[in-house]
Ligand binder design. Structure first.
Ligand SMILES: NC(=O)c1ccc[n+]([C@@H]2O[C@H](COP(=O)([O-])OP(=O)(O)OC[C@H]3O[C@@H](n4cnc5c(N)ncnc54)[C@H](OP(=O)(O)O)[C@@H]3O)[C@@H](O)[C@H]2O)c1
Length: 223
């Protein structure tokens, strides 16, 4: 498998590091060495960690030169037609809000909690607080928004931008006599890089079209 890595920043550089360690053939593309038609033709899969708008700008080129895509770009709304275009081009696209495989466990925790109606009686207050590094462009994070959806009830989401924090998410459900907390801390960007590589290996076995990483991971891990 030959991987084209788009982005050599905080996360893309970790994907390249892991590829080197695992002897996976790869080429790194960035603003000074942009993706081209011929570059796409020479690779088997694309892993992209670039800002959302950059990913949108590359979309026409990628659809013209189909290959499986693993994308971590956040803070972007892809066109509604993307799934249809991908199916026409016969290419799978795996999009991750968060490439942590551990997030699938968090999803299960929310599923269990949502089955306990007693928790949703009066006087319970839910909050999600997320903390990321100061260069993160979007707020709240895609992960915090997803946790809010998974919870499915009123929930106040707050964001904080501090130093080089990789990604902290805390859900607190405060009742009159007890508190339930769910906390996820990403300690190293290698977490996202290894999840993206895992997805790249999976991309050859899935159908064409748009897939969310968390759905595929939940299915593959049998959760
Ligand atoms: N889903 C997840 O699990 C996850 C995890 C982490 C990050 N992310 C997301 O991934 C994205 C990147 O994050 P990051 O922290 O790695 O960002 P970053 O450190 O700012 O790196 C961004 C990279 O994009 C490249 N780039 C910018 N414009 C480009 C262009 N026109 N053509 C080619 N490359 C271009 C930059 O190239 P230069 O080096 O040449 O400037 C840089 O290498 C963000 O949207 C972030 O939110 C997602």
């Amino acid at each position: 498998m030959k991987i084209a890595i788009l982005g050599r920043g905080k996360t893309g550089s970790k994907v390249a590091e892991l590829c080197s360690e695992k002897n996976i053939s790869h080429t790194v593309f960035h603003s000074q060495n942009p993706l081209t038609e011929s570059a796409l033709k020479e690779h088997d899969v694309l892993i992209a960690f670039v800002p959302g708008q950059v990913m949108l700008d590359y979309l026409p080129l990628i659809l013209k030169n189909p290959l499986p895509v693993v994308s971590g770009a956040t803070g972007v709304d892809f066109p509604d037609t993307l799934d249809t275009s991908l199916k026409e081009a016969q290419m799978p696209w795996i999009q991750g809000h968060n490439f942590s495989l551990g997030m699938t466990i968090v999803k299960k925790l929310f599923d269990v909690m949502n089955k306990a109606p007693i928790l949703f009686e009066d006087q319970w207050q839910a909050t999600i607080h997320e903390i990321h590094h100061t260069q993160k462009l979007d707020a709240p994070s895609g992960t915090a928004l997803r946790w809010g959806e998974w919870f499915g009830h009123d929930c106040n989401i707050t964001s904080e931008r501090v130093g080089d924090i990789v990604g902290d998410h805390a859900f607190t459900f405060e009742g009159p006599y007890e508190t339930i907390s769910i906390q996820h801390t990403a300690k190293d960007r290698r977490l996202f890089a290894s999840g993206a590589l895992w997805a790249a290996q999976l991309s050859g076995r899935i159908t064409a079209g748009f897939h969310w990483f968390e759905h595929l991971a939940t299915k593959e891990l049998g959760l």
